[in-house]
Ligand binder design. Structure first.
Ligand SMILES: [Zn+2]
Length: 310
């Protein structure tokens, strides 16, 4: 375990926000705790808040190299079953993104932490020259089997062309990184430079993560479901904007952005949790032919920041 200074301002001056819930200071080297669909809700190391800048993060935590080793070994067959929900969510993320960063036109896009490549595949189909970057060797094999251009590694280790990409996306990834400031600095180097002569905007970065200062997170307190061992950083819209600006980005916008599920899937889960209400509801939805309808699930505690390299 290692104590870490604040990644945003460098200070070493924190107050405990949520005490550790893992008994006996056990450190989990078990990869299953880091798989995407693992329900390790409520199980986390000590979560502190920087007194100077307000950044919330886990400290002490596993050593950085152990974290990367763990992600390289992740295998998660359940994720493939949930693929449908991710496809829906990413399809809904694409249009708002293109309204801000412009149309695809074969431009190079890199999805950092792409896992099995769901977003890479959707973006490629939309006309982006889409690349993915992913540490899990198993997930990279899944993506490559679908013919996707996915590189195995991390922003620290992978060989990627510098000043090449028009857009870099990070969906639900930055909260897992040991050094988000370093990661965003590398992202900036991978992005094309602004070329004022051609009137082109600089390369765009899209970061989607959980919001520790959202109303839902504040109301839930220690019971907020995103407090979990694999989440190392808990940004707010303010702290993420500050980190992007520190790394040489100009903020374009930030907004809450949730997920999508099929109504049939949602009713099926409800039926399992609350059979008396859920089963008749599922029957009705099926009778009405509404199982395939996509519904947004938003509690306001997920958000997206769009920024561009300056
Ligand atoms: Zn700080």
């Amino acid at each position: 375990m290692e104590y870490v200074p604040c990644n945003l301002c460098g200070a070493d001056d924190t107050v405990v926000r949520y005490p550790c819930t893992i008994s006996g200071h056990a450190t989990s080297q078990d990869w299953s705790a880091y798989a995407c669909t693992h329900d390790g809700y409520g199980r986390h190391h000590t979560i502190v808040q920087c007194r100077r800048c307000g950044l919330v993060y886990a400290s002490p935590r596993l050593d950085e190299h152990d974290i990367v080793d763990t992600y390289e070994a992740v295998e998660d067959p359940l994720y493939l079953e949930e693929r449908e929900g991710r496809v829906l969510t990413f399809q809904h993320h694409l249009s708002p993104m293109e309204r801000i960063v412009g149309p695809p036109d074969g431009r190079p896009l890199l999805d950092v932490g792409c896992y099995t490549g769901v977003f890479v595949e959707i973006a490629a189909r939309h006309g982006w020259n889409a690349w993915g970057l992913e540490p899990s060797r198993w997930a990279v094999e899944q993506a490559q089997a679908r013919g996707l251009h996915v590189v195995q590694g991390t922003l620290d280790t992978a060989e990627l062309p510098e000043a090449h990409f028009d857009v870099v996306t990070m969906w639900d990834v930055i909260e897992h990184l040991a050094d988000p400031l370093g990661a965003l600095a590398r992202v900036r180097r991978l992005l094309q430079s602004p070329e004022p002569a051609e009137g082109r905007p600089g390369g765009g970065v899209v970061v989607h993560t959980i919001d520790i200062e959202s109303l839902f997170a504040r109301v839930m307190g220690a019971r907020w479901p995103w407090l979990m061992e694999m989440h190392l950083y808990y940004f707010s819209r303010r702290t993420l904007r500050a980190m992007l600006e520190k790394c040489g980005f100009q903020i374009i916008s930030d907004r809450p952005q949730g997920r999508y599920l099929r109504l049939g899937y949602l009713m099926n889960r409800m039926g399992a949790l609350m059979p008396l209400a859920g089963r008749p509801a599922e029957w009705l939805i099926t009778r009405l032919g509404l199982r395939g309808v996509a519904v947004p699930i938003s509690l306001g505690d997920l958000f997206t920041v769009y920024a561009r390299k300056v």
